[in-house]
Structures are given as structure tokens and as C-alpha cells.
Design a protein around this ligand. Structure first.
Ligand code: NAD
Ligand code: GCO
Length: 256
């Protein structure tokens, strides 16, 4: 993968990424590794082949910890393990999510709780778990992945869009509370990013064409298009940016 920017302070930084083994997360892992960061990531399924490939391609081996983030005790233990290996976490990227489609009238309580536990609850408790270490470090950066889906008023996954919106509220509140500790908390809202999963599951030619119609820029987004924005929010380059939502969507959501 080719990146333009170097963020010098990310070299040697202890970075924790949820869902860093596939989709956008895999590109994030690679992006941070190429900056020389010490990267730990969690995911549900074994990622040894990906870790080996990353080491071969970047010369920097990430630490993979198998963990289902709906198990908050396991998530906290994974963060503690990463901090033990790499030092206190200076950058947290809450990236893992699940955009499984569902109809409002079909949703049962169990599905709702499952969706919120991945798409919102795990985000909060990951933030809570890294904050004491960030205080020790004298600061840190948290990047919470959300989506433009709720801004577009998309249908077909209301539990997911509810969580996406909640992430922005949580981001602003934590940014206010921990700003005095120099901990920055921002959200990053991608547009439609053509990961293998999206291509496999939802990207019909009609849906792709309709979405491109709504973008100012007429190229589809790829996972690597999200990486440098994340590195920027993670790095001290953005030292006075906190409580914001950065939209990276090719210009679907145009403000003003
Ligand atoms: N791809 C898009 O078009 C798009 C658009 C807007 C926002 N986003 C956001 O970007 C982020 C990444 O999306 P993506 O498309 O790469 O998703 P993805 O489904 O391709 O990957 C998600 C990752 O999270 C992991 N994960 C999911 N549930 C988990 C669990 N319970 N425990 C541990 N790990 C778990 C998966 O294993 C995977 O590695 C998400 O926050 C998503 O909301 C994506
Ligand atoms: O993660 C998401 O938010 C969704 O999975 C995607 O479907 C796109 O964002 C949406 O299609 C944009 O219109």
C-alpha cells in the first residue's frame, strides 16, 4: 500500500485497534505499522496469516489478540495485554462494527442488545479501559469509527445507525471530560468503502451507481482511502482537534 504522509510521533506509539485483521481495519493496521507504530489488534477469528504477511511486508509485526468485543472482560484483558507488551496505549481506534441488515418490525430484544454491544457498548468500554494509561502518558488520541449511514437517514439497519449516531454523542462527551488530560476523542465517519465484505454482500451495480451519483467525487472509496485520515487524527499533527466527526465519504454529506 502506498501512503504519502509520515507522522513522526506515531513511530513507536502504542496503538490498539479493534477489528484490525480485515476490512478497513486491516488497512489501518498496515498504515500504523508503516509509521513504525507498535500495533495490537483484536478480532474474532485467527489472524496469524495476516500477521505474518504484515511482518513480511512492513518489517513490523503486529500483536494479534483473539477476542470477541461483546465480552467486555475479555476486551479489557486484551487492552491490558497490549499495554503490557507495548506500553500504555497512546492511540485507540474503535473500528470493529457489524452492519448486518435488519427490518425494524422484525427486531427482537436479543438482536438489538447484540447489535448495541458490538456497535456501541464495546466502544465505550474500550475508551474507559485506555484512559488511565493515556493519563499516565500525559495524553492520547481516540478515534471512534462511525458511518455516514445515519446522517443519510439510511434504512435497512436501524440498530446500526442508532449506534453510529450514539458514537458521536459519546465522542463529544468524552472529549469534554478528558480534554484537561490532553486526551483527544474524535469520530471518523466513512462513506461507502468497498471492502471485500461490502462487495460480496451489498454492492449491487444499481446501489453502487446510485451512491456514486450522491458523491461529489466520482470514485468509489477503498479501505486505504480511510487510513491517512485516521493517522492524522491519531497523530499530534491534529493536536487541537477534539470532539469532532471527520467525514471521509467522497462528498456525500456536504455541509453548508
Ligand atoms: N465499509 C463501509 O462501507 C463502511 C462505511 C461506513 C462506516 N464503516 C465503519 O468502518 C468500520 C470498519 O468497517 P468494515 O467495513 O471494515 O467492517 P468489516 O465488517 O469488514 O470488519 C469489521 C471488523 O471487526 C471485527 N469484528 C466484528 N465483530 C466483532 C466482535 N464481536 N469481536 C471482535 N471483532 C469483531 C471483524 O472481525 C472485522 O475484522 C466500522 O466501524 C464501520 O461501521 C464502514
Ligand atoms: O457501514 C456502513 O455504514 C454501511 O455498511 C454501508 O452500507 C454504507 O455506509 C452505506 O451503504 C452508505 O450508503
Amino acid at each position: 500500500m502506498d501512503f504519502n504522509a509520515t507522522f513522526h510521533d506515531l513511530s513507536g506509539a502504542s496503538v490498539f485497534i479493534t477489528g484490525g485483521g480485515s476490512g478497513i481495519g486491516a488497512s489501518l493496521t498496515e498504515g500504523f505499522l508503516r509509521q513504525g507504530a507498535k500495533v495490537a489488534f483484536v478480532g474474532r477469528s485467527d489472524a496469524t496469516a495476516f500477521v505474518d504477511r504484515m511482518e513480511a511486508e512492513t518489517g513490523n509485526r503486529p500483536l494479534f489478540i483473539q477476542c470477541d468485543i461483546t465480552d467486555i472482560a475479555a476486551l479489557k484483558a486484551a487492552i491490558a495485554q497490549a499495554a503490557e507488551a507495548h506500553g500504555p496505549i497512546g492511540v485507540l481506534v474503535n473500528n470493529a462494527a457489524n452492519d448486518q441488515r435488519h427490518e425494524t418490525l422484525d427486531v427482537e430484544e436479543d438482536f438489538w442488545d447484540w447489535s448495541q454491544s458490538i456497535n456501541l457498548k464495546a466502544y465505550f468500554f474500550a475508551c474507559q479501559a485506555v484512559i488511565p494509561g493515556m493519563k499516565e502518558l500525559g495524553g492520547g488520541s481516540i478515534v471512534n469509527f462511525t458511518s455516514i449511514s445515519y446522517m443519510m437517514g439510511n434504512t435497512g439497519y436501524p440498530a446500526y445507525t442508532t449506534a453510529n449516531s450514539g458514537i458521536n454523542g459519546m465522542t463529544r462527551s468524552l472529549a469534554r471530560e478528558f480534554g484537561p488530560d490532553r486526551i483527544r476523542v474524535n469520530a471518523l465517519a466513512p462513506g461507502w468503502v468497498l471492502t471485500e465484505k461490502q462487495l460480496d454482500k451489498w454492492a449491487t451495480p444499481e446501489a453502487l451507481a446510485g451512491h456514486l451519483e450522491r458523491q461529489c467525487l466520482k470514485d468509489h472509496l477503498a479501505p486505504q482511502d480511510i487510513v491517512e485520515s485516521t493517522l492524522f487524527l491519531s497523530s499530534k499533527t491534529s493536536r487541537m482537534i477534539s470532539g469532532q466527526a471527520l467525514v471521509v465519504d467522497g462528498g456525500v454529506v456536504v455541509s453548508g
